[in-house]
Ligand binder design. Sequence first.
Ligand SMILES: Cc1cc2nc3c(=O)[nH]c(=O)nc-3n(C[C@H](O)[C@H](O)[C@H](O)COP(=O)(O)OP(=O)(O)OC[C@H]3O[C@@H](n4cnc5c(N)ncnc54)[C@H](O)[C@@H]3O)c2cc1C
Length: 554
Amino acid sequence: MILHRAADAARRWADAHREVVIICVALPLSTAATAWQRFKSLGAKRSAPGGHDARLARVKADVKRYADARRRGEAWAQRPLRTDRKPAASLNTRMADKSASQTVRMSDLTAILGVDRENGVVRLEPFATVGDVSQHLDEMGLQLEATIEMKDATMGGLVMALGMTTHSHVCGLVHDTVTAYEVVTANGDLVRATADNEHADLFRALPWSHGTLGLLVALEMRVIPASTHVRMVYRPFYSLEAYSDEYQRLVRQDAPPHFVETIIFAKDRAVIMEGHLAHEDEARASRLPVNPVNRSYKPLFYKHVESMLELGQGQRYEELVPMQDYLMRHDRSMCMCLAQILPTANEPWFRYTMGWMLPPNTTFLKGTRPEAERENTIRKQVWQEYAFPAEHFAEMVAQVHDDFEIYPLLAYPCKVIDKGGMVRLPSNRGKPYSGATETAAFLDIGVYGFPQRVKDGDQRYPAVTKVRALEQKARSLGGFLHTYCDVFSSEEEFLEMFDHGLWRQMRERYEAEGTFPTIYEKVKPEMDPLQFLAQEAAWEGNSARSGPAETLSF
Ligand SMILES: Cc1cc2nc3c(=O)[nH]c(=O)nc-3n(C[C@H](O)[C@H](O)[C@H](O)COP(=O)(O)OP(=O)(O)OC[C@H]3O[C@@H](n4cnc5c(N)ncnc54)[C@H](O)[C@@H]3O)c2cc1C
């Protein structure tokens, strides 16, 4: 009894002093976890490229053994096949349950296999991370054509699911920069798919397929010469209409800036950023200040951007940012999620003493998240990101404001290149692929955090209903949801959002049906969010206020 009371008191104290607990306990432990991961990956990185053939042979043999056993009807081989990547390591909101699956050992496929300068291509194993690849290329004066801002994201995860960057208005999504996929199919055969070989249909179907057509064992991606700096231009805007119009104008230009990005700090306050490539001699000759924004003692990047709101109407600020700092500018703040998890992280005392510990290790955070907390993330928090035709930007921001009032919001540009796969131009959904390259300018908003009403203590805020309404809005506009987020769609709604026509053909052609799960099975949350709808409907019009909300959980 005494022990029980003490535990209860400790829990209440921890809830009331979340930031202290995070700073004194969670962050040091997460740093130790990161150090351990890095130590483990050192050896693997050194020996990796030469061992590719052996690793590939192992994957093929494992899948063949499974396929043979499956044909013989053996029970273990009736379980769906998945990679052995740890669920806690995946950068998404779910904690996938792989206990009923047959996993294939692949997580040691982390090598950078080679760089072909002449053709501007890097060949990689799928679990090479963005951080490792971009550092390796940087040493060679190169960079990925599309580098996302999270060091721990894997190249395979990005192309089999989704990757979007501030250069995506030019190059498309990360998978649009892939020139070849090497895949082990359900029968254990190795297939190399390119845009114009006999597996060209598979090449078009693999993006977004989430490992449901085969296991990716290598890929080739375009690289470009790296500039040393990015000349950043920051411009504040003080009305939704003004920044919405300007953002659309920028991404639709014939020769747009290399990078564009908008951070929205309130419905009528946003900063638009243009990033122009600057080479070393230009940087040396420039009188602009150089700002290594990603140093641990520097303000978190989004806070630096927020300070630009003080410039005033029609003003701009320019500076040079070293390229690697630019590419990883949102890494320390976990794409601005830290604004809610640990607001103290931007305080100078924190940055100068503990800033080097950022970002927290997401694998550690996810892995130590109590199961009960998952309901909390579904019912009280919002983890959503949508892309939609650019002309609907203002109405999407307005709906996010009306329903959630979560700020800051990250808004990325994205060119949708319709290749007849999962993501189509709205007018092409469900139609056969014409073979012609059709593109459309999309914009994208990431919404992470507590809705204002939850922060105000409303215990009856219908989060699932509101998220589904936003999802429905995006769907009706021809937009799509990022699948690393909470997917609150029913299967029918999901099929409506993503064109599964080509995917179904490839499932049949490569005999993937039954061996690999479906995409919806992989992306739906481990807890059914639709079960909360009836209760939320009963709350309609009622709100019950109590104390403030807890801390955001990843
Ligand atoms: C807060 C937050 C912000 C984010 N912001 C951005 C952003 O701004 N831009 C952006 O692009 N992304 C963003 N992401 C998403 C992140 O980059 C994606 O989750 C991405 O898919 C990579 O994650 P991962 O490497 O953990 O892949 P995983 O989640 O592990 O994999 C994605 C899918 O691909 C499958 N897969 C992976 N490897 C293989 C393989 N070898 N063979 C077969 N199937 C495979 C997996 O099974 C899974 O279904 C954000 C994520 C979070 C949590």
